[in-house]
Design a protein around this ligand. Structure first.
Ligand SMILES: C[S@@+](CC[C@H](N)C(=O)[O-])C[C@H]1O[C@@H](n2cnc3c(N)ncnc32)[C@H](O)[C@@H]1O
Length: 245
């Protein structure tokens, strides 16, 4: 009978809590009660103006069954559960997070899913390569230098022909009146979101030309999905057969 690995925690490095978590988001991610409250799909639907379901469905379109997937950062709601189901028993799914408390929360909750959890800081490079790398609603929380490191480490972890999928906030369209409420709220509580309104995710990439880039927006442009597909290098391209005629 095959042995099924599940919920293994890999942690070979010393991982320090980033200052932005300590200063800004600790009350969310280090508080079990708050995390538990936010983990409800109905709360997530309210907080994302009903977009979360669509964002997850569109994420799953990018993920192959039986493929290898790295996710950077735990999430609230059913995103990780649905991703594990899509990947299936014969693929591999690694979820990495810098906070042990978040890893514990997800591990307890997803004990029956085939997920390997890893405590690591995404600002440091990953050693393995994956068919897909997911960054779901993480970039907006990061200061610029950390964001640049995380985008590039995510891209570096993608195999040839594989993809990185970034789902996050985007600059709302001009006629989206919510932007007038969102802007002051962000400035108070999520000070790094606004930069993501003005700078395209692809512009953080050091090797931008090694990827083909696709972008889709949702809910009057409030959210974005950016997919970077790593091009196959010329030496490895299969030779074209001479024409029969
Ligand atoms: C994916 S993000 C956002 C979750 C979001 N609110 C949601 O569910 O839609 C939050 C997670 O990213 C993790 N995180 C933040 N910075 C990180 C880093 N540098 N490396 C790895 N994980 C990180 C946090 O600890 C947290 O668990």
């Amino acid at each position: 009978m095959p042995v099924i690995k599940a919920n293994i925690i890999k942690n070979s490095k010393i991982v320090k809590e980033p200052a932005y978590i300590k200063e800004l988001y600790g009350f969310i991610y280090k508080n079990k009660g708050v995390s538990h409250f936010l983990d409800d799909d109905r709360i997530q639907a309210i907080l994302t103006f009903g977009a979360k379901k669509t964002l997850i469905a569109d994420l799953l379109e990018e993920i192959g069954t039986n493929s290898s997937v790295l996710q950077i950062g735990c999430t609230f709601g059913s995103q990780m559960q649905k991703t594990a189901d899509k990947i299936g028993r014969y693929g591999s799914y690694v979820v990495s997070d810098v906070l042990p408390v978040q890893i514990d929360r997800c591990r307890e909750q997803l004990i029956d899913k085939k997920i390997d959890f890893e405590i690591s800081d995404a600002r440091k490079p990953y050693s393995a390569k994956y068919d897909s790398v997911i960054c779901f609603m993480l970039l907006h929380e990061l200061p610029e230098t950390s964001r640049e490191k995380v985008v590039n480490n995510a891209l570096d972890a993608v195999k040839e022909g594989g993809r990185a999928i970034f789902i996050d906030y985007n600059m709302p369209s001009r006629w989206n009146i919510l932007r007038f409420f969102i802007k002051p709220f962000n400035r108070l509580y999520f000070p790094f979101v606004e930069n993501l309104w003005y700078k395209q995710i692809r512009n953080y990439a050091r090797k931008e030309s090694h990827f083909a880039w696709y972008k889709k927006t949702y809910r009057a442009k409030m959210f974005q999905k950016v997919v970077a597909v790593r091009k196959v290098s010329d030496e490895k391209k299969p030779e074209t057969k001479p024409s029969f005629y």
